[in-house]
Design a protein around this ligand. Structure first.
Ligand code: UDX
Ligand code: ADP
Length: 467
């Protein structure tokens, strides 16, 4: 007998839960999808009539929300009721790195996973399939399972646990969800596995849906992210060699990427990887290796994170060095604060560490990003009154700019930190005119394709892995 899913509940209306459930509701109009979250203002934003103020910016998302919301897709804070009504529950809550206690700085904080699992145990009715969707350390399903099986006296309720890692990348989430490279389902209960397969079968070809045991599924997610991040650290390490040897990182990337065995994607040098997953997942892997005494493996993966930190430090130093060794009191325009283009997400953005380093040197940063709000930057950077005074008494601070021209005004340098398309099409002559001379552009994303034109306008130009 096939298990028919009529009602889905997703706990967590964040960057994963929101877009994933939007696509499921769009592809499976016969299923009612309820996305629940404790955060009242986030839920209100998902329900807002103004589709430009949804909590997550993703190309294509607003169209789906306008099609499905109120039809078979609902956002609410009513966690208990929707858990009780659901045949299948996705856990898509936040799992940040622990900040204190055992595993601080390395292991994921499973506080939110645990509390949502306890809510499921308390309110679920009948047979419920629980799907682990957040990025989680290997063996988390075991924790979920032991909580859900703790109430063995209740014979009317039963649970099956599946791992169904999400591989979407921000900025391309809707396309990744609609045309996934693969869908991975880990579990032991064939009945539950088939129920989830039946959902994906509505739009994903059979051969792209693969099943494994729970642990292989969880480890595959960590490993995929570790491999992707490793490619970025590898190319970033080569960018530093290019700068010292007179090679060009774009040419090197192209040349190595044309080898079929290597492939051309994820070879773009930059200021370092950001986002909520890469660092967290690698550190989880490192923690897991250390736990099992695999110290050499732990060191190997730790080095990927180390190179990432080093890349940000070395870029900050290059900027200070080129601006005559001091940036105290100098205005600097920051172009881009999100961790990559086409998202408003700033988690682990390389812009954070680079801006902090420049603020410590006493710079006045004028920060512009097409999608990141003032409030989001406030959450990532120290408040201006908290910034320490450098020795010469000129205090570093930052200002939010609403346009790129405002950000460039009277500045000595522009630092391009995110690869937003709009930066590629700027009228750099206009920007040059509002800046102070000598004017610099530090292009950490290599978006400027005609350096001679930029130099002819009067700019000094530094590009990553080229000079
Ligand atoms: C990543 C994984 O790609 C995705 O499969 C997983 O589900 C979640 O983590 P995401 O963090 O959203 O997705 O973005 P991604 O496109 O992978 O970029 C991560 C970071 O690497 C960004 O800061 C990006 O700018 C940087 N990057 C990416 C590079 O510097 N160079 C590249 O060639 C690719
Ligand atoms: P991700 O990028 O993994 O989607 P986010 O931080 O964007 O992470 O979203 C996770 C969401 O989960 C947050 O909006 C948070 O309020 C919500 N959340 C966490 N714990 C619970 C819970 N027990 N019940 C309902 N929502 C929760």
């Amino acid at each position: 007998m096939e298990y028919q899913i009529n009602k889905i509940c997703c706990i967590g209306a964040g960057y994963v839960g929101g877009p994933t459930m939007a696509v499921i509701s769009d592809q499976c109009p016969e299923i009612e999808v309820n996305v629940v979250d404790l955060n009242v203002s986030r839920v209100a934003a998902w329900n807002s009539n103004d589709l430009s103020s949804l909590p997550v910016f993703e190309p294509g998302l607003a169209d789906i929300i306008s099609r499905r919301r109120g039809v078979n897709l609902f956002f609410s804070c009513d966690v208990e009721k929707n858990i009780a009504l659901a045949d299948m529950i996705f856990i898509s809550v936040n799992t940040p790195i622990k900040t204190s206690g055992i595993g601080a700085g390395m292991a994921s904080d499973l506080k939110w996973v645990e509390s949502s699992t306890r809510q499921i145990l308390k309110h679920a009715k009948g047979k419920t399939i629980v799907v682990e969707k957040s990025t989680l350390p290997v063996k988390t399903a075991k924790t979920i399972k032991s909580i859900l099986e703790s109430n063995i006296d209740n014979l009317t309720n039963s649970f099956s646990i599946l791992s169904n890692p999400e591989f979407l990348a921000e900025g391309t989430a809707i396309n990744d969800l609609t045309n996934p490279d693969r869908v991975l389902i880990g579990g032991e209960d064939n009945y539950a596995i088939n129920a989830l397969i039946n959902i994906y079968k509505n739009w994903v070809p059979n051969e792209k849906i693969i099943t494994t045991n729970l642990w292989s599924s969880e480890l595959s997610k960590l490993s995929a992210n570790a491999f992707l991040a490793q490619r970025i650290s590898s190319i970033n390490s080569i960018s530093a060699i290019c700068e010292t040897t007179g090679s060009n990182i774009n040419d090197v990337s192209k040349a190595i990427g044309m080898d079929r065995r290597i492939g051309s994607e994820f070879l773009k040098a930059g200021p370092g990887f950001g986002g909520s997953c890469f660092k967290k997942d690698i550190l989880n892997l490192v923690y897991l290796c250390q736990y099992y005494g695999l110290n050499e493996v732990a060191k190997y993966w730790q080095s990927v994170v180390n190179i990432n930190s080093w890349q940000k430090e070395r870029i900050s130093k290059i900027i200070v060095k080129n601006l005559f060794g001091t940036i105290s009191g100098k205005k600097i325009g920051i172009f881009g604060f999100s961790f990559k283009a086409n998202t408003n997400d700033t988690r682990e953005s390389p812009a954070i560490e680079i801006c902090k380093a420049l603020l410590e040197e006493g710079a006045i940063l004028q920060i512009y990003d097409p999608k990141v709000s003032h409030d989001s930057i406030k959450r990532e950077l120290p408040a201006n009154d908290e910034l320490e005074r450098p020795q010469n008494d000129k205090c570093g601070h930052w200002i939010y700019s609403t346009t790129s021209l405002e950000s460039a005004k009277e500045s000595d340098a522009i630092i391009i930190l995110t690869d937003w398309d709009e930066f590629r099409n700027y009228n750099w002559k206009k920007i040059y005119e509002v800046m102070r001379s000598p004017s610099w552009i530090f292009d950490t994303r290599n978006i400027i394709k005609n350096p001679n034109h930029i130099k002819s306008l009067g700019f000094n130009l530094w590009q990553l892995g080229i000079n």
